[in-house]
Design a binder for this molecule. Structure first.
Ligand SMILES: Nc1ncnc2c1ncn2[C@@H]1O[C@H](COP(=O)(O)OP(=O)(O)OP(=O)(O)O)[C@@H](O)[C@H]1O
Length: 901
């Protein structure tokens, strides 16, 4: 309706315009409609966007207004002649003139726009559009742009609705248009004409006021264009904002009503129920050189050297957020904490290592500014190696504290010898010889409690990797102690001038306490600070970063971390599982192929042999449910391989048969075994060198938790967490001694060409041995590594192509972490789960509950497929008992192998 009206109005406006713009005294029609239209026209001119980016354009506008105002004056001046000029011919002339006038106005407008194009405003708009079109707009900028676009769209809509800027077109519609000929109309016309003039005068006054104001505004010449200085400054500020490196934006998970209800009933906080989601695909990768990462040339160089060209999805999401707050401390507001859940092998370690290295590399004085807490010492060593790669070229110092070395040795590394004696006077700001400490919780607590001058007050980053794993541990109240140590003590120990402090403090020669830069947040613990209106003026600068592939959503556990302004980032495939949650929790790597083999318990070793000999599985990790189980399987496979290879016959069947025939074969095997033992012994001794300083050792075993495997399949996450609680190394003081050498050494040195090289790995191994086995596996010297769950989490063993769940895990989390040792960093890999008949139902339920069932293929191994392996296997089984007894004796002698659970 308005469109039709608009058309009429336009035509009439043209007429009126022609009537009012002509300078001849003969052509102005004076109908009531024309008067109304004249009024509208005036308003239109008033409501036209009057952007005046430069004096020049402002002049243009002014002159345009002047011109527009002349006809109106004329209209008034020649008002008496209007009746006479209401002829068709005259109207045509005035219409033509009006068009010319309009064309001139459009040309002026065009010229003004061209000038504007040169201006900073135009550049900002262009940049804003570019940003808007890219998906790299920070949320605040995006919101601003959105608001701006909405306002613009609304204005345009309004303009369409009311083309003359009149908010009530009804007035126009209601007005009689043309042909009014009675006296009353004439009077109205006269009155309208007066009103019209008044309004024109008012507009003119406003314009003049504006011009007066503008006179006082300083003008600058920028890029050859004159601009008001304040406008130029505003545009420059906008341009600066646009130049800020934008953060990537990601989808935020839309929470369904069901999920909301569920989260609420479970007490899950909003931020945890509402993660920022990132697709775990290559699309989310970004080149490391992108400005949003803010990496220095040095770091980029190190990354490239390490073969890292792009940041993976989790890194793309996390690094810019961390790099945004590049300060080292002494800030008023701590940066928000971050919880990150991303699949195994997706690159979580670099997501914190790279920004920590980059940010800390600005530091001048060495202080302990980053603490990385991990559940096992093998993981600590692995993460240290990663830090070491990227700190090259800086003087940052990285250390581990895992109990690998003596406590005194670690103290000396952390605070220096002079600060580590029990009676060393305290330096209030503490002392540190390292910038980054990577540690297990038990050992950390020991240092917090017993190392003088060890302090966490300068901490900038607290990383809790494998967070859900660690949060299951209440050992020594480790979290409580850490949180206490990063906050100023509630019992203030003010240092009075009279030295009445309760702690022994290092003092200078004048008797003043040496504080060596107490962290701002801790000052109030030691000194009576002046009263301040500002509450807590110096906030702590520590940022807590939690990482896991299966991050807990247990509200109590999350609450125990005392997170501040937290954000939850989740790398996961889109959507939720049937129950709205579990699928999101358990995303497996895209390149992972999963199978299950249902078999009898007694057939499981045979299935392993089938995978090795028929499916040619190599570079495999085989997880068992306990240290004992790992050891037994290791011995069995080793024996099988010995029987097979000592016959020097390639085929396993032929090997077994020929061994059965030849009575001397067993002796021959024994001889070979002895030779191998001697070679293994040499290897072990050399591997142990340099470790004589050990005073403590891990005591906690690696798995064993799942022994209660008949637990309820509907167990909640909490149960699941509890069920996995024992592979965190807590560094209790337990003596480490020699080992059963034979049982820990891969068969590589004496194995014939086609032998399967098998080794075992568990917490029963001495530390040096663990490292050498991992090295050998990484070098491809071990084909099958039979292990406990000690390395089921976090360990990044690059060559793992296959994971075998020899004992299928009872909990989904454990399954996810185990199978996640393969298909890492975008590679492919295969997982086989050997599921006993009686476990099949539970296994299926567990996998189905996690929305994962359709991903698992079922393999039926027929008896004839393993027929060629049976005889050798039975033979090996026959000899196993003796081997286990002798290895157990050797273990007892060495006082290391624990009694099996
Ligand atoms: N941007 C990258 N480019 C190439 N390789 C990468 C990149 N980021 C990480 N990697 C490699 O991917 C592998 C897995 O990374 P990482 O160990 O950090 O995974 P994760 O997510 O911590 O896994 P898990 O949950 O098992 O601990 C490592 O070998 C690492 O070097």
């Amino acid at each position: 309706m308005f469109n039709i009206r608009r058309f009429d109005i336009e035509a009439e406006t043209a007429q009126e315009s022609s009537a009012t713009t002509t300078t001849t005294a003969t052509t102005t029609p004076t109908t009531p409609a024309n008067n109304i239209l004249a009024k509208l026209n005036a308003r239109l001119n008033k409501n036209k966007p009057q952007h005046t980016p430069s004096t020049a354009s402002s002049d243009n506008n002014t002159s345009s207004k002047d011109k527009d105002s002349i006809p109106n004056k004329d209209t008034h001046k020649h008002k008496k002649d209007r009746d006479a000029t209401n002829s068709k011919g005259t109207n045509e002339i005035s219409y033509k003139r009006s068009r010319e006038e309009e064309d001139a106005r459009v040309a002026r407008e065009e010229a003004r726009r061209n000038k504007e194009q040169q201006s900073g405003k135009q550049r900002w708009e262009k940049r804003a559009k570019e940003l808007k079109d890219s998906d790299l707009v920070p949320n605040d900028v995006r919101l601003a742009l959105k608001a701006e676009a909405e306002a613009k769209a609304k204005a345009e809509k309004e303009a369409k609705k009311f083309p003359f800027g009149v908010p009530a077109p009804v007035v126009v519609a209601a007005a009689p248009i043309g042909g009014a000929d009675d006296e009353e109309d004439e009077d109205e016309d006269m009155e309208d004409g007066d009103e019209d003039k008044d309004e024109q005068d008012l507009d003119q006054d406003e314009d003049e006021d504006q011009e007066d104001d503008n006179k006082d505004r300083p003008v600058l010449e920028l890029d050859g264009v004159e601009r008001f200085a304040d406008e130029a400054a505003a545009d420059a500020a906008l341009a600066e904002l646009a130049a800020l490196v934008p953060l990537p934006t990601f989808e935020t998970k839309e929470i369904t009503a069901l999920e909301k209800e569920r989260a609420k009933s479970m007490g899950i906080p909003d931020w945890l129920a509402h993660p920022t989601l990132i697709e775990p695909s290559e699309k989310s990768n970004r080149p490391i050189t992108e400005p949003m990462f803010g990496f220095s040339d040095r770091l980029i160089k190190q990354c490239k050297k390490a073969g890292i060209e792009e940041c993976f999805a989790v890194q793309t999401a996390v690094i810019p957020v961390l790099m945004r707050a590049r300060h080292l401390g002494d800030i008023r507001r701590a940066p928000g904490d971050l919880c990150v859940s991303a699949p195994t092998g997706s690159g979580k370690t670099l997501a914190y290592v790279l920004p920590i290295v980059e940010i800390l590399s600005q530091r001048v004085v060495t202080r302990l500014r980053a603490l990385v807490v991990l559940p096992t010492r093998d993981l600590c060593i692995q993460v240290k190696e990663t830090f070491d790669t990227f700190v090259k070229g800086t003087d940052l110092k990285i250390a581990t504290s895992t109990g690998q070395n003596s406590f005194a040795h670690e103290q000396a590394i952390l605070v220096g010898e002079s600060h580590s004696f029990p009676n060393s006077p305290r330096v209030l700001g503490g002392h540190s010889r390292v910038d980054v400490l990577i540690t297990t919780p038990g050992r950390l607590i020991d240092h917090i409690k017993s190392t003088p001058n060890f302090t966490l007050q300068h901490l900038r980053f607290l990383v809790i990797d494998e967070a859900d794993r660690l949060l299951n541990q209440s050992f020594q109240d480790w979290l409580f102690h850490i949180l206490n140590a990063i906050h100023p003590s509630p019992e203030r120990k003010f240092l009075g001038v009279d030295g009445s402090e309760s702690i022994q403090v290092k003092r200078d020669h004048l008797g003043f306490p040496i504080h060596d830069a107490i962290a701002p947040g801790f000052l109030s613990s030691f000194f009576q600070l002046p009263e301040s209106d500002v509450e807590d003026p110096k906030a702590l600068s520590v940022q807590k970063l939690l990482f896991s592939a299966t991050l807990t959503r247990n509200p109590a556990k999350i609450a125990s971390l005392q997170l501040s302004d937290p954000q939850y980032v989740a790398v996961q495939e889109g959507g939720s599982g049937q129950d709205g949650e579990d699928k999101a929790k358990y995303t497996t790597p895209a390149g992972l192929t999963e199978h299950m083999i249902v078999c009898e318990t007694s057939e499981k070793p045979l299935m392993v042999l089938h995978l090795l000999h028929h499916l040619k599985v190599r570079s495999a990790l085989c997880f068992t449910k306990s240290v004992e189980s790992a050891h037994r399987l290791y011995k069995l496979i080793q024996l099988y391989e010995k029987i097979r290879t000592t016959t020097l016959v390639a085929s396993p069947v032929a090997a077994v048969e020929s061994k059965e025939e030849g009575s001397g074969a067993g002796k021959k095997a024994d001889k070979t075994d002895k030779k191998k033992k001697s070679a293994d012994k040499d290897q072990d001794i050399s591997g142990s060198e340099g470790e004589s300083d050990e005073s403590s050792s891990e005591s906690e075993d690696d798995d064993s938790s799942s022994s209660g495997s008949d637990s309820d399949s509907s167990s909640e996450e909490e149960d699941e967490d509890e069920g996995e609680s024992s592979d965190v190394e807590m560094e209790q003081a337990v003596a480490s001694t020699d080992m059963d050498i034979d049982s820990t050494t891969p068969t590589a040195p004496t194995a014939p060409m086609d032998a399967i090289v098998v080794a075992e790995f568990s917490s029963d191994l001495p530390k040096s041995k663990r490292a050498s086995i991992l090295r050998a596996f990484n070098n491809g010297e071990i084909h099958l590594l039979i292990c406990s769950d000690l390395i089921s989490r976090g360990m990044d063993l690059s060559p793992v192509s296959t994971v075998i769940n020899y004992d299928s895990p009872v909990y989904m989390k454990k399954y996810i972490h185990r199978v996640g040792r393969t298909a890492r960093a975008g590679k492919t890999g295969t997982a086989y789960s050997l599921v006993e008949m009686q476990e099949a139902r539970h296994f299926k339920e567990m996998i189905t509950k996690a929305g994962h069932w359709e991903k698992i293929g079922r393999i039926n191994v027929k008896p004839q497929e393993v027929k060629d392996l049976v005889k050798g296997y039975e033979k090996a089984l026959g000899g196993l008992k003796d081997v286990l007894v002798s290895s157990s004796r050797a273990g007892k002698k060495g006082n290391v192998r624990r009694s099996f659970k």
